[in-house]
Design a protein around this ligand. Structure first.
Ligand code: DCP
Ligand code: MG
Length: 430
């Protein structure tokens, strides 16, 4: 028909920053480039590098503008680490030793004792996270935020987005990010989000992969089912029981067989995923479902002997979640807690309130109620607080019976307030 433009091929990109936390650290410590470095664990006394340098070389000045001058030998190594920290990420040089995300620092110390250990600095990571997303949005505005170092980008209607199947735009984005921040990323471009996410991993670090529908068999089917975002350890284990290891093996299953064994909806999704089918749009503004804070203790705590310490930590977690909610302008009504015992068994409990809140006191009270529904037979390793069923504070309904209370929390939810000290009730478990 006259005037009708041919339908454009859908081009969806997934961008993931390379060794994100570690790469941000290397911006201030460029002398560590190419070395095995891991990020995580608690701050160790010797981590105060500038203080050490002032002691070692008192004749010159040492402030934050001299971080790049700190000799490599001064940095703390993994060797001899005995704490309970967990690694958030590792440089590619450290990964060559088998070290990686979510591994205990002690385990990493066995694999690569010479690796340098740096503490986490979330503020810096958030700063660079915002920055790289801004750069991308300036070039291609349809961006879906998927967390600190990941985004989906819809290239379809962006000028130049179709050239060389998306490679030209991907290259421009990569270069713009590196020129501005010094950080590298990897980008996958495919007909949909599911394949784009897998593609971005195929050529890491600093790579671009273009995946076309006809590449499915050669590039995707040999991969493990676990590479599909949405197949977790449980589904993987169940698939293995049936002898299904690769995506190709999954694709060979009948749709009816999958729905029979994995349920109507998940089974159908598995079938589509294995065939590279995914119609989900790139959603520019994603609403959080819940916000949470949790902490793993340096040593396991006892519900009675460590009651005071537990109470303080619990109160602090409630305050932190409240501050997160207030800063982002949300209120929630489902207050939950999570505990992990020294045998790694986890329990969660939640409590749904009659009103929406971002008030640390209300959260503390509701979370305290949840605690009373747990049987404490073992020491506690981890404690977490979550607020769910979120709505934007401005949209929160006001309950007829308690209008004032809700109104005040809806108002505080819009303005970040300095966290108040909360004294917890004696009747509380801790
Ligand atoms: N992260 C974390 N704990 C994990 C996994 C990740 O704290 N178990 C943090 C640290 C990472 C960041 O999130 O730097 C991004 O996670 P990625 O999975 O994208 O890992 P990286 O960006 O570090 O490495 P890659 O180059 O593989 O993307
Ligand atoms: Mg990453």
């Amino acid at each position: 028909m006259l005037g009708q433009t041919p339908a454009l091929m859908r081009r969806i990109a997934h961008l993931d920053m390379d060794a994100f936390y570690a790469s941000v650290e290397l911006l201030r410590y460029p002398q560590l480039k190419g070395l095995p470095v891991v990020i995580g664990g608690g701050r160790r006394p010797e981590d105060n590098l500038l203080a050490r340098m002032r002691h070692l070389q008192p004749e010159r000045e040492w402030d934050t503008s001299h971080l790049a001058d700190i000799p490599v030998d001064i940095f703390p190594r993994l060797d001899g680490y005995t704490g309970r920290g967990v690694i958030t990420t590792a440089t590619y040089a450290a990964r060559a030793f088998g070290v990686g995300s979510a591994m205990g620092v002690m385990k990493a110390a066995q694999l690569c004792p010479q690796a340098i250990l740096l503490p986490v600095d979330f503020e810096q990571y958030r700063h660079y996270s915002r920055r790289f997303k801004e750069i991308v949005r300036d070039i291609a505005p349809v961006v879906e935020d998927r967390g600190v170092d990941e985004i989906y980008i819809d290239f379809t209607h962006v000028p130049g987005g179709q050239r060389e199947d998306g490679r030209v735009l991907a290259r421009l984005i990569q270069k713009s990010i590196t020129d501005d921040t010094g950080l590298t990323c990897s980008i996958g471009v495919a007909p949909n989000k599911l394949l784009a996410k897998m593609a971005s991993e195929l050529n890491k670090p600093n790579g671009i992969s273009i995946l076309k529908p006809e590449d499915l068999q050669e590039k995707i089917w040999p991969l493990s089912c676990r590479k599909i975002n949405g197949i977790g350890p449980k589904a993987e284990a169940k698939l293995k029981v049936h002898g299904i290891h690769t995506i190709g093996e999954l694709a060979a299953c009948e749709r009816d067989w999958l729905t029979k064994h994995f349920g109507k909806s998940y089974g159908a999704w598995l079938f589509d995923a294995a065939h590279g089918v995914d119609e989900r749009p790139v959603v520019t503004e994603s609403e959080p479902v819940s916000m949470s804070r949790e902490t793993t203790f340096e040593k396991d705590l006892h519900v009675q002997h460590d009651r005071a310490a537990l109470g303080d930590i619990f109160t602090r977690l409630c305050q932190q979640v409240a501050t997160d909610l207030q800063r982002k302008g949300y209120v929630g009504k489902t207050i939950g807690i999570k505990l992990r015992f020294d045998n790694f068994q986890s329990v969660t409990r939640d409590n749904t309130l009659a009103f929406f809140t971002a008030d640390p006191l209300a959260i503390r009270q509701a979370a305290g109620q949840c605690l009373k529904r747990i049987e404490f037979k073992r020491r506690i390793r981890l404690l977490g607080v979550r607020v769910g069923s979120l709505v934007k504070a401005v949209d929160a309904p006001l309950p007829p019976s308690d209008t004032e209370k809700s109104l005040s929390s809806a108002i505080t939810a819009q303005e970040p307030t300095p966290s108040k000290e909360i004294s917890h009730e004696q009747a509380d478990l801790f």
